[in-house]
Ligand binder design. Structure first.
Ligand SMILES: [Ca+2]
Ligand SMILES: [Ca+2]
Length: 289
């Protein structure tokens, strides 16, 4: 789980954006990436308390910062990125009212060690501002992002369907709902991964919405691969109080079904001083450092 969070963190980057654009125009790919980066920043805000509870928060992996191959963006050919919809950004939070991105970027690279080529594609990737009068109202994202890398010896493709990536403020609480799936093909082997998690976050202090707070969440992950017909995991997080970068109260329950079909369940309870894990009739506690 930690490595997933690190990969996601590596994929995150921040760009400032302001102003509006005319609808339905070909756009500079860097401009298209700005609201996506801001959407990522907002979607990522809950990742720390989720990661502490063993749950990765799927965010959008961005072009130009994929970590797959470090390339200057000038090397990308993105002549066909089109943005359409209502690009108004009244609250100047970088999230347009309702923008849709379609486009394909390609790149190629070669040096003495060999050559590679790849692509990024946005298919109906939609970014929406749930309240364009409130810069703290959150973001809604959906659509498909795919990318691929091909070298002389192997190829990797990844298709990410974002059914729903919503983080929306309602009163003093932020509701979130992340649903989607990945299909990765690596050297001819196909891996599937599906996620569905939702919940709410209520900050302790409304003036510091991403500081300390209480999170409730539930969801599931499932997948399959060449050597695993299926695996799945479900979880419920109840009233986790995230304070000073750790969880100080609340509980979580987890059930995992492995590739062998065997199921295991555990519950975890947090207090300010310790974390206890219960499996069946057995409990073990460690200090909550
Ligand atoms: Ca906005
Ligand atoms: Ca807004």
């Amino acid at each position: 789980m930690k490595s997933v969070a690190k990969v996601l963190l590596a994929a995150l980057f921040f760009l400032a954006a302001c102003g509006g654009q005319q609808a339905n125009e070909q756009t500079d790919p860097q401009k298209a990436v700005e609201p996506l980066a801001i959407a990522n920043e907002q979607l990522y805000k809950l990742s720390q308390p989720l990661a502490l509870a063993g749950v990765p928060a799927p965010v959008l992996v961005m072009p130009f910062d994929s970590g797959v191959v470090a390339l200057d963006t000038a090397e990308w050919d993105c002549s066909k990125v089109v943005v359409s919809g209502d690009l108004t950004d009244g609250d100047r939070d970088g999230i347009p009212v309702n923008a849709t991105y379609n486009g394909r970027c390609t790149w190629s690279y070669s040096d003495s060690s060999g050559s590679a080529e790849g692509h990024w594609e946005f298919t109906n990737l939609k970014i929406q501002d749930p309240d364009d009068a409130d810069p703290g109202a959150g973001v809604k994202a959906s659509g498909q992002v795919s990318w691929g890398v091909q070298t002389g010896t192997t190829s990797v493709t990844l298709v990410w369907n974002l059914d729903r990536h919503d983080l929306v403020k309602q009163g003093a609480t932020y509701n979130f709902d992340y649903e989607g799936s990945w299909t990765a093909t690596v050297a001819g082997n196909t891996y599937n991964f599906k996620y569905d998690l939702s919940g709410d976050w209520t900050p302790d202090n409304a003036s510091d919405p991403w500081g300390d707070g209480v999170i409730n969440a539930k969801g599931s992950f499932s997948g399959s691969g060449p050597s695993c017909a299926s695996w799945s995991a479900t979880f419920t997080l109840s009233a986790l109080h995230f304070q000073g970068s750790k969880i100080v109260s609340g509980s979580g329950s987890y059930t995992v079904t492995g590739c062998d079909g065997k199921t295991a369940s555990a519950t975890v309870t947090w207090s300010a001083s310790r974390v206890c894990v219960t499996v069946g009739n057995n409990s073990a506690c460690v200090p909550n450092d």
